[in-house]
Design a protein around this ligand. Sequence first.
Ligand code: B12
Length: 448
Amino acid sequence: MSRILLVSSNLTLDPYPVYPLGMAVVAGALTARGHVVEQFDFLASGASETAFADRIREVRPDFLGISMRNLDTCDSLASSDYPAVARRLVEVARTCTGAPIILGGPAFTILPEAILAYTGADYGIAGEGEGAAADLVEALAAGRETPRILRNAGLAGEMASPRYDEAIVAFYQGASGLLNIQTKRGCAHHCAYCNYPSLEGAAYRVRDPRAVVDDLEEAHARFGQTEFFIADAVFNDEGGRHMEVVDELLRRALPIRWACYMRPSLIREADLRLMARAGLRAAELGTDACADATLRALGKGFTFDEVVEANEAFVACRVPCAHFVMFGGPGETEATFARGLANLERLRSTVVFAFTGIRIFPGTALHTLALREGRVGPHTDLREPVYYHAAGVDAGALSGRIEAAFRGRRDRFFPPERGRERMTVLRAMGFRGLLWDSLVRYKEPRPC
Ligand code: B12
């Protein structure tokens, strides 16, 4: 049995502070293997290095695990460097403990070698942390030789339940009002820019819906939590397994509400009505591009007509939805751009968040394209964000035209900075949760 201190290094406030679910899940798994686990959230501590050092001295861990969620905000118009935060935490930790430092989390998984070298930590687990974290600490405690980077290609057993930490929950209840949960892992789609399949696997693996709802029920009973985000890469899978979670929620009739990510295709109104009855409060749609040609270039596998259809289904059920779109990616031309802006006008009673350029992640089709087009070389350090901007469209001019098209609309956000400002104002006014959903208003009440 080892003493382990897990630390969430995530300081991102956009679009709101997000409960450190990865850390909670690893804590759950390590505890289930008999280890003593404490959790520390750097953001909740007010980013206090002193509080961090004090906690290390108090816990006196045998191992220190640092969870790294974000590399940056994936916004080509802003700059942020979160690995620098992890690197600083490693430096501080070295002054007060000799415990081996283990990294994990999606940001680490995307660039394991570069991040391990940059931060100066001892070990890292790329991929899912449940079994791998326990295997690593047990191997090290037994004095066994272990590679510095472990690549966990997939879980053999059940995904662990998160071990929500009471003090950390209290912080996020105040900061965002949301807790999160996963019902499944994996993404079976092949979007050109996306790294989800390499983070979670390319096939869906579902949790037992009863276990998922047990977790929600427990969080409600322990903390009075009523608002959740389902952090699945895509909640609506083609096989319909998400409806098993919905059925279980309906059966238990918990007084909770939830939001999730959805793919804007194959969204049936009847299913949406059931979801709404089961507590669906809003959905974020991975629309990604606004014209059929750019949707095709991103490998999305649906057309803009299907996006409009999905949007109408949300309107019919009076469930707010938001579309996230990126301009200036592969295949963007003057014609697709004009078509894209016109297409957005077809989306009523919804919110649109627009970005320009697409961050290039290793191992994606976009990376292959960028290599072929000579935009990056085989040795380009992708820790420094590199954005793909379509050749032949002037990124600056594009931004100006999106801004002009969105001017005066409170339900359209560009540049992303504008959304941040508006959300900050809403938070200061006391609103909690997703916030953008408060911008969608329907004249009639929900039909379900
Ligand atoms: C759901 C989600 C969101 C939701 C979150 C809602 C909520 N309330 O939870 C929303 C829409 C708000 C969101 C926002 C953002 N997101 Co997001 N999000 C995700 C998504 C799909 C799932 C994250 C999740 O919770 N997974 C479930 C947990 C259990 O998994 P996990 O954290 O990976 O943890 C596992 C392992 O990593 C590992 N592990 C984790 N910690 C540790 C620690 C140790 C020591 C060890 C050994 C292992 C380990 O074990 C865990 C269990 O297996 C991921 C993509 C993905 N498929 O992973 C992107 C992702 C995390 N997001 C990303 C980004 C960039 C953002 C934003 C900055 C975007 C923006 N501009 O707004 C913001 C930042 C929000 C914030 N404040 O941090 C990036 C981060 C990497 C990067 N590129 O920088 C990802 C990976 C997507 C991507 N395109 O690359 N996001």
